[in-house]
Structure formats: structure tokens, C-alpha cells
Design a protein around this ligand. Structure first.
Ligand SMILES: C[S@@+](CC[C@H](N)C(=O)[O-])C[C@H]1O[C@@H](n2cnc3c(N)ncnc32)[C@H](O)[C@@H]1O
Length: 288
């Protein structure tokens, strides 16, 4: 992460969700009307250019582009499912780790009785606070917590912000752990487990490495220029072992093809889609 500038990848995925909301993705039921309102100016301008260009382009170009957008739209739908299930059974605390320009607190009516804690790097969060200042919120409360996972203790910061470790929490961690070193991932997982009362869920999106893949290599070069290289791509077995070692039980691990079937889209062929996995874990004590 750049130490003083907001995350560029946070803007990129919000840009993709905004274009998806413009009807340019193929995932059924994806909506994110708030995404475009949070975009930095240059990304808002790029959205206009992309929208106009794609509307005028050949169907084959639009279809190819839709598959790329699906990579982010499908993962967003896949994360919403366990979140909505947890809220439906009465969980009232949601912690979004590395929230970036996540719009859930402003678009999900199901959060009306919940407190959302958005945890993020302070430089990204400064922009988020600014752009959400006048927006109508869906969640009962929204609390911003500035944390650098590489340096700060998550547990203390959350406790100071009012998070209750003795009440269940659903933890969302989307598009973040691929940017984290192993010590940062381990210490954050330890803090998550320590602050998880029984009936808490962890919903963790991660990227697997792709061997000898030119597209994935090229993408990581761009991310390095943005000072956000994906230093933390990890295999399924490694992620499951780390989560288990921290004290949680893995109950599901799904990927793009599963989500495409579930949400009526074609499975995308792009690198983000091929790398993306979603791990669902519970407090081991909850399962017994
Ligand atoms: C690709 S964005 C994902 C944002 C959001 N979760 C989403 O899916 O739209 C990566 C996010 O991770 C955050 N991040 C990266 N490294 C971090 C660190 N060391 N500490 C805190 N946040 C970090 C960035 O600020 C950014 O918001």
C-alpha cells in the first residue's frame, strides 16, 4: 500500500461494480447503485468513457468485458449470501476488514439493526469518510476504524471502537489478504478469533497463485506500479491450514464456477476470476 494515498485497487473494484450496476455484467441480480457515488474523480470519468464505448461496441466485445466484470460482481454476490444468512439468524455486528469502497452499509437494508465496523488502512479510509459523508446509511450504525494490518493490533482498535467480543460477529474480508504478508495475515486472523463470540462467521475471499500465466503476471506488474503487489496469493490448502491453525473450522470453500452456476452467469475466464476463492469459517466451538 502507498503510505499516504488511498488504495488504487479499492477504486478499481468499485469502478467494476459501478459498471456492473450499469447493466454491463452478466451476473443475475447484481445491483450496486452506490458504487459510482464513491469513485474518485478520475475513475468516475473513466466509467463514463467505458459506458459510452461499450454501448457502441460490438456484442462480442461487450460479452468479453461482461465476463471480466462478473469476476467482481459474482464474488460480491457470493459474499452477500453468508452475510444475509448471519443477519437473518440475528447477528448484529458486521466487521468489514479492508473495506475500501465497499457499499454494503449503504445498500443492504438487512443491516438496519446492525452495527457495521469498517476497518481499513487510514489513507484509504480518509477518502471513504469524505465520499460517504452525505449518503443515506442502511445500517443502524457505521463505525470507521483505521488499522494497518501490517503494523497495528486489530483487536485493540476494534475494542476501542465499541466492538463487543462477547457478541457474535460476521467478518467480511474481501479482496484484501492477497496484499498481506504472512505475519499480517496470521496476526489479523488471531485477532478475529479472539474477538469472535460463538455463532460468529468469517467470510474470506482470497486469490490462489496461477502458475506460468501471462495475464496474471501482467496484472501483478500493474499492481506493483500502483504499490499494491499481490504478495499474499495462497493455495486453498494453505488458506485452510492458516484458518484452522487460528482456531476456526472451515465449512466451505467455493470459486467462480460455483458462483456463476448459482447466480446465472457464465464463468469468467479472466485472471481475477480464475484466482478468486471464498472460504467460509466458523468458531470451532459453535459447531460442537
Ligand atoms: C482491492 S481493495 C478491496 C476493497 C474492498 N474490500 C472491496 O472488495 O471492494 C484492497 C483493500 O485492502 C486495504 N489494505 C491493503 N493493505 C492493507 C493494510 N496493510 N492494512 C489495512 N488495509 C489494507 C486497502 O486499503 C483496500 O481498501
Amino acid at each position: 500500500m502507498h503510505p499516504t494515498r488511498p488504495s488504487t485497487t479499492a477504486a478499481l473494484v468499485a469502478f467494476m461494480r459501478a459498471l456492473s450496476d450499469d447493466g454491463l455484467c452478466s451476473a443475475q441480480g447484481f445491483r450496486d447503485p452506490i458504487a459510482q457515488r464513491l469513485l474518485p474523480l478520475e475513475w468516475a470519468a473513466l466509467r463514463e468513457v467505458a459506458r459510452r464505448g461499450l454501448r457502441r461496441s460490438l456484442p462480442v466485445v461487450r460479452e468479453r468485458f461482461a465476463l471480466e466484470l462478473d469476476a467482481v460482481a459474482l464474488r460480491s454476490l457470493a459474499l452477500d449470501e453468508p452475510l444475509l444468512a448471519a443477519l437473518a439468524r440475528g447477528v448484529r455486528q458486521v466487521v468489514i476488514l479492508g473495506a475500501g469502497l465497499d457499499t454494503r452499509a449503504h445498500r443492504l437494508e438487512a443491516l438496519r439493526a446492525a452495527t457495521v465496523f469498517e476497518v481499513d488502512h487510514p489513507s484509504t479510509q480518509a477518502h471513504k469518510r469524505q465520499v460517504t459523508a452525505g449518503l443515506r446509511r442502511c445500517s443502524a450504525n457505521l463505525v470507521f476504524v483505521g488499522v494497518d494490518f501490517e503494523r497495528d493490533a486489530l483487536g485493540q482498535a476494534l475494542a476501542r471502537a465499541g466492538h463487543r467480543g462477547d457478541e457474535p460477529t460476521v467478518w467480511l474480508w474481501e479482496g484484501v489478504v492477497m496484499y498481506l504478508t504472512l505475519p499480517a495475515l496470521r496476526s489479523t486472523l488471531t485477532s478475529v478469533v479472539a474477538a469472535s463470540a460463538p455463532d460468529s462467521d468469517l467470510v474470506l475471499h482470497y486469490h490462489e497463485p496461477l502458475e506460468r500465466d501471462l495475464e496474471a503476471w501482467a496484472m501483478n506488474q500493474v499492481l506493483s506500479v500502483w504499490r499494491e503487489p499481490q504478495v499474499g496469493q495462497r493455495r486453498r490448502e494453505t488458506m485452510a491450514a492458516l484458518v484452522t491453525e487460528a482456531g476456526l473450522e472451515v465449512v466451505d470453500d467455493s470459486g467462480q464456477a460455483d458462483w456463476a452456476r448459482r447466480f446465472g452467469a457464465k464463468a469468467s475466464a479472466g485472471p481475477i476470476a480464475r484466482q478468486s476463492r471464498l472460504l467460509l469459517a466458523r468458531q470451532a466451538a459453535t459447531l460442537r
